[in-house]
Design a protein. Structure first.
Length: 420
């Protein structure tokens, strides 16, 4: 059985958490491959909403194994809080969750450095979630990181002190006030909890599960346009969010990959700074935000909203090799008389499909207008019962991208999902 990958095609928050939870019954293993507590993956069932940051979204399915891969950066304090808020007792969760020894740790000083760097940038700030992601991946790449496997070393305390002192030296150059002690308490409690969990070289575990015929779903975080290589750098996160990230973030070979499920919202949102060609700074944008409850699952910040951007989807399909599209939040578009879809960009008077390298390039979206629909579709479970104009919207996207839309989501609940 090949390994399937599920990831976001836009700027994150496409609805990955919901769909991983929905698809989990089809898999034996759900493995998160990159990112960290900057992610906020929401899922909803039995009228309760859960938000996950580090823990894979298959965790609520009792008989599934969840793996936090080596590509993830893990903050023990966030991990502890999340485990405690999940519901099932720790003894139960220990059976369902394994963590890679090679996952890098986010230290309390990484969070402080993140905040200091952003503060220094002023109006050029990235709009980071301030969870310490950038500094933790920086230390990983510069070979200065501490990893989950290190917590079992006898001299772990010393290692921690050494790393922290190095960070404090850097922080001396910044006029930035912080309280390290407050962070440290929760962090060390998190380390204690982490020691109770199975930590191992999960690349072997995954290889054995794969070889034994188990079905594995790799869960992405963020979105393609936030990828450190292919997003609107520097307004990106610090990891590879694209499908290739599943190989490096789990230790699986490209030969093992099967489907690449690309998730997108029926419109677009972005949190934080950076280019957003179809952004609507008007009452339509405000309406999308209000109807779609577009506020960040991690930081609560209002999300920027705009029309669907097909050059972005086509680009994301190129770099990910998307085999199937899943369209989310279709219900939010009910009630618009007409819907605009950006089919290409006009840059310097020239029509193009390519996303410019230059973040400051003046992009004029070229729109096609499609007729909207009035009906509330949140109760529909059958594709053929969807309004004709919504089916037209979906078919337009399929023609424009060349990739089939095989799931249409019509509400946040598990059940509000239409399979084609
Ligand atoms: P993720 O980061 O990709 O997992 O997405 P988030 O959880 O950050 O944001 C998606 C938001 O949309 C969450 O509040 C979900 O509960 C909600 N959601 C997901 N799918 C749908 C849908 O089809 N319709 C509506 N109305 N809400 C949805
Ligand atoms: P999920 O997995 C949306 C954005 C931040 C910021 C930039 C860098 O829930 O889709 P970072 O904290 O990584 O230094 O922030 O990336 N960002 C996200 N936006 N969803 C996410 O994750 C995000 N993770 C990071 O807002 O603009
Ligand atoms: Mg999110």
């Amino acid at each position: 059985m090949k390994i399937d990958i599920l990831l976001g095609l836009q700027w994150g928050d496409e609805g990955k958490g919901k769909i991983v939870d929905v698809l989990s019954p089809e898999y034996d293993v759900i493995a998160r491959f990159q990112g960290g507590p900057n992610a906020g993956h929401s899922l909803e069932f039995n009228n309760v909403k859960h938000v996950l940051h580090l823990i894979p979204s298959g965790i609520f399915h009792r008989d599934k194994l969840n793996i936090i891969g080596n590509g993830v950066v893990l903050d023990p304090a966030v991990f502890k809080k999340e485990i405690e808020e999940l519901g099932p007792p720790v003894e139960e969760l220990i059976k369902r969750l394994v963590i890679s020894t090679r996952a890098n740790l986010i230290l309390p000083t990484h969070r402080i450095l993140d905040a200091a760097y952003e503060h220094q940038k002023g109006c050029l700030k990235i709009g980071s979630t301030l969870k310490g992601i950038g500094p933790a991946y920086t230390d990983k790449a510069s070979r200065n990181g501490l990893r989950v496997g290190d917590i079992n070393h006898l001299n772990f305390q010393e290692l921690y002190k050494e790393h922290t002192e190095n960070h404090l030296l850097i922080l001396k150059n910044y006029n930035f006030a912080f309280d390290l002690k407050e962070y440290e308490r929760g962090w060390f409690e998190g380390i204690e909890l982490l020691r109770k969990f199975r930590t191992e070289n999960t690349e072997y575990l995954l290889h054995n599960l794969y070889s034994g015929g188990k079905k594995i779903l790799a869960e992405g975080a963020q979105g393609t346009m936030l990828d450190v290589d292919f997003g609107s750098y520097p307004f990106v996160t610090s990891s590879n969010t694209i499908s290739a990230g599943a190989c490096t973030g789990l230790g699986i070979s490209p030969k093992t990959i099967g489907e690449v499920f690309g998730i997108f919202k029926a419109y677009c949102t972005r949190v934080g700074s950076g280019p957003f060609p179809t952004e609507l700074n008007d009452e339509t944008g405000e309406l999308l935000r209000k109807k779609g409850c577009e506020f960040g699952a991690t930081t609560g910040r209002p999300r920027r909203c705009g029309w669907l951007d097909l050059p972005v989807l086509r680009y994301a399909n190129i770099v990910n090799g998307t085999t199937k599209l899943f369209m989310m939040k279709s219900d939010i578009l009910s009630g618009f008389k007409t819907l605009k879809v950006c089919t290409s960009y006009k840059v310097g008077g020239r029509i193009q499909d390519e996303i410019p390298f230059d973040n400051n390039a003046k992009i004029e979206p070229v729109y096609e207008e499609l007729p909207g629909w009035e009906e509330d579709i949140s109760g529909v479970r059958d594709y053929d019962r969807l309004p004709e104009n919504l089916r037209g919207y979906i078919e337009f996207i399929e023609i424009q991208t060349g990739v089939p839309v095989s799931i249409v989501s019509v509400g946040p609940d598990r059940k509000a999902t239409i399979f084609r």
